[in-house]
Design a protein around this ligand. Structure first.
Ligand SMILES: [Zn+2]
Length: 258
């Protein structure tokens, strides 16, 4: 028992030191969303849904805090010195390509004059609850960056090399041959990646890839290992959102020590 007490104390002191003593890290957050919907699901996916009202409140908060949304193409332009990042950049990303990204999320985003990156699973395009090709094209026309979340959403680390290659290449080709502008960004299904996968992304002319690891991003961050924080169904409203946003800072501090 005493040993557990000591361990808890040590961990608490460590966390307090990280939060209060370490300097504020540099960098900007990338948020990972899935669905924006008020619908009730009971299949386990509900934890990934943010109701429209909550989403709108989150965007109000980001605006009040002085954040400016950018796309990952904006980020890469800044990496190459072609543009400058705004004072407080932030990237909003949406995984899987759900139809409510178009019907619910986009109007709220536009009301706030913000932009986002939407990663589609190309073999789901046009299926029930997923975006259609026309909706995807319209989003791109309206300034949303479209990225690939691969063809079938299988973890890329556990598959035959040939299938891995086609998951990465075919999803990009499908979108581009369907009339979309060049696809530069990818979101790793289940956040799974390794060096071999990064090489494949480079070969296929992807410029960025987002992970599921928490942290902040700077112009020096490896663009194929971008940190993201997951925004889940908020049970405690904006307080929980602020807490999740702080998680990026907390982990950025940890990355600076280790
Ligand atoms: Zn996904």
């Amino acid at each position: 028992m005493r040993l557990i007490g000591v361990a808890v104390l040590v961990v608490s002191i460590f966390i307090a030191a990280v939060v209060f003593v370490l300097p504020e890290p540099e960098g900007f957050p990338i948020l990972e969303y899935h669905q924006v919907t008020g619908e009730e699901f009971n299949d386990g996916s509900e934890v990934y849904n943010v109701p429209p009202k909550e989403f709108s409140a989150q965007l109000d908060y980001l605006q009040a805090e002085g954040y400016t949304t950018i796309t990952l193409q904006d980020f890469m332009r800044a990496v190459h010195g072609k543009t400058e990042l705004p004072d407080k950049p932030i990237v909003l990303t949406f995984d899987d390509g759900y139809e409510n990204n178009y019907t619910e999320m986009l109007p709220i985003l536009e009301e706030h004059g913000m932009t986002a990156v939407v990663y589609v699973i190309t073999n789901e395009v046009g299926k029930k609850n997923y975006l259609t090709l026309e909706q995807i094209k319209d989003m791109q026309r309206r300034g949303i960056e479209i990225g690939s979340h691969t063809a079938d959403h299988l973890p890329l680390t556990y598959m035959d090399a040939k299938i891995r290659r086609s998951q990465i290449a075919d999803s990009k080709t499908f979108l581009e041959w369907s009339g979309l502008n060049t696809i530069y960004s990818l979101s790793y299904p289940n956040g799974a990646f390794n060096d071999e996968i990064i090489e494949l992304l480079k070969e296929n002319k992807y410029l960025t890839a987002v992970t599921g690891e928490a942290g902040l991003n700077t112009l020096e961050t490896n663009p194929y290992k971008l940190y993201r924080i997951h925004i889940r169904e908020p049970r405690f409203g904006l307080t929980e959102f602020k807490f999740r946003l702080y998680k990026a800072t907390f982990f950025a501090k940890l990355h600076n020590i280790f």
